[in-house]
Design a protein around this ligand. Structure first.
Ligand SMILES: NC(=O)c1ccc[n+]([C@@H]2O[C@H](COP(=O)([O-])OP(=O)(O)OC[C@H]3O[C@@H](n4cnc5c(N)ncnc54)[C@H](OP(=O)(O)O)[C@@H]3O)[C@@H](O)[C@H]2O)c1
Length: 186
């Protein structure tokens, strides 16, 4: 995956750099060195620019996705052009688990707020990649296939971002962080 669409200023024209990068990924794919290719943190415009020049479309896009960050337009574009949408930070790094709306639904199902967020992703057809350092939470986060959110609950969570918008990964000042090792940039 291309991790994000921003190119370090010293590398010059970002459109050209992104195109060259994509061509190299396409070659790896053609030579069967990789089985899929994708992008991350691309918005609709970034994706449309890529779709104009690519020979092989991204198979997957990874984007922030949780009840307080629900990029409907980007998901619709992905549906239309058959790109799998994968949601990262499905728990918003733990920062939305206290919200009343999520806690109330968790109580209804005797589940935890984290399980509600993951189940919400899954019922939206989005693969979720939660992370925890604690084995007990990794187990908890996997136990999301024995219940179903109702239509009303899905509606409430689908619209939560309109009242409680939150983006936990900030790309706006990424140029200043380009010198940091990978993994520390975002
Ligand atoms: N493509 C990108 O640009 C991008 C950007 C960000 C993240 N990601 C990927 O997305 C995945 C998840 O990201 P993330 O770790 O930032 O966010 P996350 O999964 O939304 O949240 C992880 C945080 O939630 C806590 N947590 C996990 N399970 C919990 C539970 N059941 N109850 C309460 N708290 C819980 C964790 O703490 P403990 O560890 O203490 O349990 C950790 O602080 C990772 O694989 C990451 O690489 C991709």
């Amino acid at each position: 995956m291309i991790h994000f669409p921003t190119v370090p200023e010293e590398m010059g024209n970002s459109k050209e750099v992104l195109e060259e990068t994509w061509r190299e990924l396409e070659k790896l794919y053609d030579n069967e060195k990789i089985r899929a290719l994708g992008v991350s943190n691309f918005c609709c415009d970034d994706l449309e620019n890529l779709l104009e020049i690519c020979s092989i479309r991204p198979h997957i896009i990874q984007s922030e996705f949780h009840p307080c960050q629900n990029p409907a337009q980007l998901r619709q574009l992905c549906d239309e052009v058959d790109i799998t949408f994968c949601g990262y930070c499905p728990l918003a790094k733990g920062r939305i688990l206290h919200l009343d709306q999520i806690a109330k639904i968790a109580k209804n199902h005797k589940k935890t707020p984290a399980q509600i967020c993951i189940r919400w992703s899954i019922q939206n057809g989005v693969c979720a990649i939660p992370k925890s350092r604690k084995p007990v939470r990794i187990m908890e986060n996997s136990l999301v296939f024995d219940f179903e959110l109702t239509e009303a609950e899905m509606y409430e969570l689908n619209n939560l971002h309109l009242k409680e918008s939150l983006k936990v990964v900030n790309l706006s000042s990424i140029q200043e962080r380009m010198d940091l090792p990978d993994g520390y940039k975002l």
